[in-house]
Design a protein around this ligand. Structure first.
Ligand code: QUE
Length: 334
């Protein structure tokens, strides 16, 4: 039983993510299988282009195998946790450095680890059904998979906004901020994918596609409130915007998150702005190892993914009570 399917047809290597019951969440076998096939195809003269698609109607990839990681962490199996993240981030780096065009087709949810295997690639095609997010602060984790490299490079405040609040953005907005490269209406996505699959040059399939729905992101508000490297300052600004329903919604989202995760996220994105991808991934690995051993991670995953009551009891419960030393320990030498 394998959760990815692979083929080479017309010099196009295709990886189909095929674990629909878990919205294609990446387990250890999927990461290992993807790494192996991508390494092989990188050196294979019979492969010109790599195409990554999904067998799920709803998702490109919902993230990592967070439930399994929680189980390992609770069982004290730190080595399994480290191995999982190290292999996932090595896969993300391979995608970033891939020697051939690497095309992801995102026609559904792409969150967390799903962005790690797409955003670092050269071509990211989205539809109006795409939903992109880095929702980790809600589960007591932090944005990873190289997002501490790409989030700080998005337009003013957008990366901090996405990372802290876990806000979801659609396909047109993803192209607007640069997380995606091409928009295709979902009614046409099967035809477009099939053209790529049959070896039509990417420039001919995608080059003329300049039209997309208008972006909806409140970029001015994001810039106003999220251009800051400090959680207290950001939340203080949002709370001061009395009567602004958007600011109130953002405070509500931030209040659902682990306060420690929020602080670590802000520190990691600030550090990532001045780091190369390698350094970001190394910092993320350290942070992932540290934070998955905390009670907040077990509790956040419990509340959101295991019991699904969405009522996590994080400790500390307020951003004002987060100990800067515990943040520094998780972030490591930034
Ligand atoms: C934060 C996350 C994840 C998440 C929700 C968050 C994540 C992840 C999943 C997920 C969703 C559906 C599934 C599944 C996993 O949800 O990483 O197996 O069926 O994988 O708020 O980081």
């Amino acid at each position: 039983m394998s959760f990815i399917r692979t083929s080479i047809v017309n010099r196009v290597g295709e990886i189909v993510l095929d674990r629909p019951a878990a919205l294609n969440a990446l387990d250890q076998t999927m990461i290992d299988d993807m790494y192996r096939v991508l390494s092989d195809w990188g050196d294979d003269d019979g492969v010109d282009t790599v195409l990554v698609t999904s067998a799920s109607e709803r998702a490109f990839c919902a993230g990592g195998d967070i439930r399994a990681i929680r189980d390992h962490a609770l069982a004290g199996e730190a080595d399994a946790v480290s191995h999982y993240f190290a292999s996932e981030y090595r896969l993300d780096q391979l995608v970033a450095e891939y020697p051939k065009p690497y095309v992801s087709v995102i026609d559904g949810a792409a969150m967390g680890g799903g962005l790690g295997i797409s955003v670092h690639g050269e071509v990211r095609v989205v539809t109006e059904r795409a939903v992109l997010a880095m929702p980790e602060t809600a589960i007591g984790f932090v944005p990873d998979v190289g997002s501490t490299y790409f989030l700080p490079r998005l337009p003013d405040g957008v990366g901090m906004w996405l990372g802290l609040t876990g806000s979801r953005i659609g396909g047109a907005d993803a192209v607007e901020v640069g997380m995606a490269t091409h928009f295709v209406d979902s009614a046409e996505i099967d035809d477009v994918t099939e053209e790529i699959r049959t070896g039509v040059p990417l420039i001919d399939v995608l080059g003329g596609r300049r039209h997309r729905p208008a972006a909806e992101l409140p970029l001015a508000k994001i810039k106003e409130y999220f251009v800051d490297d400090n959680v207290t300052g950001i939340v203080g600004g949002l709370r001061g915007a009395l009567g602004d329903p958007w600011a109130e919604r953002m405070v509500d989202m931030i209040e659902q998150a682990s306060p420690t995760s929020l602080w670590v996220t802000a520190a990691m994105l600030t550090a990532g702005a001045h780091s190369v991808l390698d350094e970001c991934l190394e910092r993320e690995l350290h942070a992932a190892e540290q934070i998955t051993a905390t009670a907040d991670f077990a509790e956040g995953v419990r509340a959101v993914l295991v019991d699904k009551d969405r009522r996590p009891r994080f400790d500390p419960a307020s951003i004002d009570d987060v100990d800067p030393e515990s943040v520094a320990r998780i972030v490591g030498a930034a």
